[in-house]
Ligand binder design. Structure first.
Ligand code: XMP
Length: 518
């Protein structure tokens, strides 16, 4: 069976949680796509979903011009689950009444089962109750004919509704967020029991499908791929290698802004162990020269990005018959780069290279991961036999240490930072903390402070340690690493790295800070 034959459609009304809904559906091993609420109705029918989920959103259904769906959507006979705004839309469509709550309800609530909850809540309640996460300013006051209330909370007498005959369900709370413990049971039940999906979307089948489609697309052509050592490009390389073997050539640009021994590790994993053709370009001098004198973070990003393209292009030109450029674009990159519609994503930093290289390169794009979320990419990486440490690596920004050396980048600074960072990461691994946090790294501050070593005065640089916990990297908390661990890392860095006499720990959350310092 084709892994895309069971599909769930998620229509996005602008909630910050919409991507989480998609991830929960995928965790139930069912393929889903996320589209704007005003997706063309013909396109919806053509997509032929087994079920439709209407997301939450910031608007009120009774506002003029409030986002809505084609009315005929509810007559398709396809099961629908409305979440928050989605439930209000459903209720209003069938003649119910939605009113302002008076006071926005935000936070935990105890959901209590009402009447006889039908299939949606199968296995969800424990003793008729379950904690849920609420975030809404409106609620359904009067439910439509044909529907019944199946759950309530103290503040929301209509917290969930159903019309089992028509397979229509609405929940006022957010089953998709981690703050709703066991919420995944609801999504799983909806897609598997109500929409009757069997769950074809598994790592093994995704690989099988990707291998076939890469072979079909590429034929006998040659493919090039820019390998960065990060999870996405590594998994893309492993997958494409599995599909077309020697038709793949990877270009790995060592820009002098990599972590300690990173270049050697990438070569060992791909070239030596997996037999992938990898061209390693040592371009440290070019990058350092290009960055010389530049202190502005966005300019630094631009210089690094442009140089990468120049070098990549030079190498690509040397490979005969290379007509394809492979990239490790993943589904969130696709959603976010198409996401101007809701006007959410403000450009704080120019992060992602979605859109690839300039048009004049004339290469066709091969993006085998573009339907996958990060956790799915990782699952595939493990299945393809990539080392655990590579698959579960913390994210590393494209501009590398370039944005972790504040201000002007110099080789001396990069060498100091590399050593300090390596000690930090090694200690996180040995203490078992690496896998418990989302991202950790050291930052080089180009300021000197006074210290004392032995009997002498020192006047040396400062290293800051950053560690954060986050689900989506949009918001993050600083990690409460144990003092004993921080103490060991600090003394090792000061003792082992020449040029550093002070280590600080960053205790800022995002927002208002960002994860990287630049
Ligand atoms: P911020 O600093 O914006 O970072 O809180 C959020 C996540 O994005 C990564 N990041 C980047 N990734 N190119 C990248 O590919 C970049 O220029 C860049 N800047 C930040 C950062 O490491 C974190 O995971």
């Amino acid at each position: 069976m084709d892994i895309h034959s069971e599909k769930i459609l998620i229509l996005d009304f602008g909630s910050q949680y919409t991507q989480l809904i998609a991830r929960r559906v995928r965790e139930a091993h069912v393929y889903c796509e996320l589209h704007p609420f005003d997706m063309n109705f013909e396109a919806i029918k053509e997509f032929a979903p087994r079920g439709i989920i209407l997301s939450g959103g910031p608007k009120s259904v009774y506002d003029d011009g409030a986002p809505a769906v084609e009315e005929a959507l509810f007559d398709l006979g396809i099961p629908v689950l409305g979440i928050c705004y989605g439930m209000q839309l459903l209720a209003r469509h069938f003649g119910g009444n939605v009113v302002p709550t008076g006071k926005r309800e935000y936070g935990h609530a105890d959901l209590v089962s009402q009447n006889t909850p039908g299939p949606l809540f199968d296995g969800f309640f424990i003793d008729g109750k379950s904690p849920v996460w609420m975030s809404h300013g409106d609620h359904v006051e009067k439910i439509p004919d044909g529907f019944e209330i199946i759950a309530q909370t103290d503040n929301a007498p209509v917290a969930a509704i159903q019309n089992v005959d028509r397979n229509l369900y609405g929940v006022q709370f957010h089953p998709e967020v981690n703050h709703t413990p066991r919420g995944e049971i609801i999504v799983d039940t909806f897609v598997r029991k109500i929409c009757r999906c069997q769950g074809q979307w598994t790592p093994g089948k995704i690989i099988e499908y990707a291998v076939t489609s890469i072979r079909e697309q590429v034929g006998t052509d040659q493919v090039i791929l820019g390998l960065s050592g990060g999870v996405d490009s590594s998994v893309a390389a492993a997958l494409i290698k599995r599909a077309i073997g020697d038709q793949l050539t990877c270009v790995f640009v060592d820009n002098g802004l990599l972590r300690l021994a990173e270049g050697d590790q990438v070569m060992a994993t791909f070239a030596e162990n997996m037999g992938v053709k990898v061209i390693r370009v040592n371009a440290e001098d070019r990058f350092l020269q290009g960055l010389s004198g530049e202190t502005d973070p966005e300019q630094k990003r631009r210089i690094i990005g442009n140089l990468f393209i120049d070098i990549f292009e030079e190498e690509a030109a040397r490979i005969t018959n290379a007509t394809w450029l492979a990239q490790g674009t993943i589904y969130p990159d696709v959603i976010e780069s198409a996401g101007g519609k809701t006007g959410k994503a403000q450009n704080i930093k120019s992060h992602h290279n979605v859109g690839g290289l300039p048009d004049y390169m004339k290469l066709k794009l091969l993006e085998p991961l573009k339907e996958l979320f990060k956790d799915e990419v990782r699952a595939i990486g493990e299945e393809l036999g990539l080392p655990h440490q590579m698959v579960w690596r913390h994210p590393f920004p494209g501009p590398g240490l370039g944005v972790r050396i504040l201000g002007e980048v110099k080789k001396e600074y990069a060498d100091i930072l590399r050593q300090a960072d390596a000690i930090y990461i090694e200690e996180l691994y040995t203490s078992g903390y690496y896998d418990k946090i989302s991202q950790a790294f050291a930052v080089f501050l180009p300021v000197k402070s006074v210290g004392v070593m032995g009997d002498g005065r020192t006047y040396e640089y400062v290293i800051t340690l950053r560690a954060v916990e986050t689900k989506d990297f949009m918001t993050a908390d600083w990690s409460k690493l144990p003092y004993a661990l921080l103490s060991r890392i600090s003394s090792r860095i000061i003792n082992e790295v020449r040029g550093v006499n002070r280590v600080a720990y960053d205790i800022s959350s995002k927002p208002p800070s960002t994860i990287e310092w630049e």
